[in-house]
Design a protein around this ligand. Structure first.
Ligand code: NAD
Length: 504
């Protein structure tokens, strides 16, 4: 087995074993077990990844705990300069093997690779800027001669889990704000994308992040539950942030509840778009195609439900189908300019197709799609657009996380909002209308953490407090100062005048 054995990051070439990174050192797992990371498009083994044990997670927590003592006291300028340097280093990876890593692990198209790298650099820069916004207050006190300060303090060791779908960006999001606030982190990446996620660890380490501040503990799927339960319940771990499915989010929420631990849950979505009768249809179609099909619909903010006013639905449908039909789908390893490549596993492709087939079998109408999976490993699925999907069908309620949209019709604005809100997901939404005041009214009524007027459901910037409003989309916020609020805690520091007498 190839081991690094040394201190600091090593070159991340695609075929090399990916090791754990604990206390500033790369290492194999404590029992030397590895798992295979597979190219979903071809089905070929790409490389072996060390599979962390509970003992490794324990060591990572201890190492983060030790690093916390000095990192939490490091001045803001020093912390900021590490993050700014890491952003530049990460951007440089676009000229290295990062594109190949992302294309091989998660079938990222050339565009998705760029989005991941450049938006991540901005996540790191925004975090750097936040370091001087970790501010407290001075509040008036009734007690004579007393001064009361409310400070914001880091919490300690955080356990973060980030997914494969935007692996670089979401890894940075899971660790950047927690770190800049003075916490230290143990990161569990997805079993599908350890190397893409390790790029962020590598950039921060190359930029000078002290040993132990970030620890990286990938593991095989069969170890995920035990490792995470151990970390969530570990007394030294003070906070958990999880970006992933509602299914796993609910399991982790249960463990965290058993020890009353603070969490951020960024879960799934089933984003609705309301297209009013006065919408600019070309704009709406362009945004819906982007929102529904970017990264093959594998984005938590993906447009899954298109709710169109009955009076324009015929015209809208023909424009939407024409635009979707013109997209190039295929194997991104062979044709570099495809807009739609493969889904992240053959199992996911089968599940998404199963949802579509079941809807069609029970009465939905397929407006676009061949109900087939293509490609060497059966992961390529063309866009599928359906109407007549009813509340009795799984596709109506479940996040597809694939290139699938359902069309629904409404007549009054109230009906449109009711349809949009007929979901347990609550991450984001859009409204299309030329009547901006009316659209504002609808945006207020849609239950979602964000609602975009005349823009796609996929829209996020590092300063924005992204997140759901409970239920299947989770709760908590990462972006901007909202992130500082999540990853620090208020502390009352009072200063009493000497010589006070207390009566009771
Ligand atoms: P997932 O929930 O399947 O997996 C997440 C992690 O949980 C993985 O690391 C996995 O190893 C681990 N895991 C699996 N079973 C577990 C168990 N029983 N106990 C503990 N851990 C377990 O999600 P995913 O496939 O990585 O990501 C896709 C999901 O993430 C989608 O639902 C998507 O909408 C969501 N997502 C949300 C956001 C957001 O900001 N809200 C962003 C991106 C993705």
């Amino acid at each position: 087995m190839a081991t690094n054995g040394g201190v600091g990051p090593k070159a991340t070439t695609l075929s090399q074993v990916q090791e754990l990174f604990i206390g500033g050192k790369h290492k194999p797992s404590s029992d030397n077990v590895e798992f295979q990371v597979i190219n979903p498009m071809t089905g070929a083994n790409i490389y072996s990844c060390a599979s962390a044990t509970v003992d490794d997670v324990s060591e990572a927590i201890e190492s983060a705990h030790t690093a916390f003592k000095s990192w939490s006291r490091m001045g803001p300028s020093a912390r900021r300069s590490i993050f700014l340097k890491a952003a530049d280093i990460l951007e440089g990876y676009i000229h290295g093997d990062a594109p190949e890593i992302l294309a091989s692990e998660v079938s990222a198209t050339a565009t998705w690779v760029k989005v991941n790298i450049f938006s991540t650099a901005n996540v790191l820069r925004e975090a750097a800027g936040l370091v001087t916004h970790i501010k407290g207050e001075i509040v008036p006190a009734d007690r004579p001669g007393t001064t009361v300060l409310i400070t914001r303090e880091p919490l300690g060791v955080m356990y973060a889990i980030s997914p494969w779908n935007a692996p670089v960006n979401l890894t940075a999001r899971a660790i950047a704000c927690p770190l800049i606030c003075g916490n230290t982190v143990v990161l569990k990446p997805s079993e599908y994308s350890p190397k893409s996620q390790h790029l962020v660890i590598k950039a921060l380490t190359e930029a000078g992040l002290p040993a132990g501040c970030i620890n990286f503990v990938p593991c095989s799927p069969d170890r995920a539950a035990a490792n995470t339960e151990f970390a969530v319940k570990h007394p030294t771990v003070r906070h958990i942030n999880f970006t992933g499915s509602e299914r796993v989010g609910k399991i982790i929420a249960g463990w965290a509840a058993s020890c009353v631990k603070k969490c951020v849950f960024e879960l799934g979505g089933k984003a609705p778009v309301i297209v009013r009768e006065d919408a600019d249809l070309d704009d709406a179609v362009e945004s819906i195609i982007f929102g529904g099909l970017a990264n093959n619909g594998q984005v938590c903010m993906s447009t899954e439900r298109v709710i169109v006013h009955k009076s324009i639905s015929g015209d809208f449908k023909s424009r939407l189908l024409a635009r979707a039909g013109a997209l190039k789908c295929g194997n991104h390893h062979v044709e570099k300019d495809v807009s739609i490549s493969g889904l992240f596993t053959p199992a996911s492709a089968s599940r998404v197709l199963g949802l579509v087939k079941s809807a069609v079998d029970t009465g939905a109408t397929l407006l676009m799609g061949d109900m087939k999976l293509d490609g060497p490993n059966k992961t390529i699925m063309r866009p599928h657009i359906l109407e007549g999907v009813t509340r009795e069908m799984d596709l109506y309620h479940q996040e597809s996380f694939g290139p699938v949209m359902i069309l629904l019709e409404f007549e009054t604005d109230e009906e449109g909002v009711d349809l949009a809100n007929d979901s347990d997901f609550s991450l984001c939404a859009s409204v299309f209308s030329r009547d901006v005041m009316r659209a504002m009214e609808l945006a207020k009524q849609v239950r979602a953490g964000s609602c975009h007027i005349n823009g796609p459901t996929i829209y996020i910037e590092p300063t924005l407090p992204n997140g759901g409003v409970g239920g299947s989309s989770g709760y908590g916020r990462f972006g901007g100062v909202a992130g500082v609020e999540e990853f620090t805690e208020r502390k009352i520091v009072s200063l009493a005048q000497p010589g006070m007498k207390y009566s009771f």
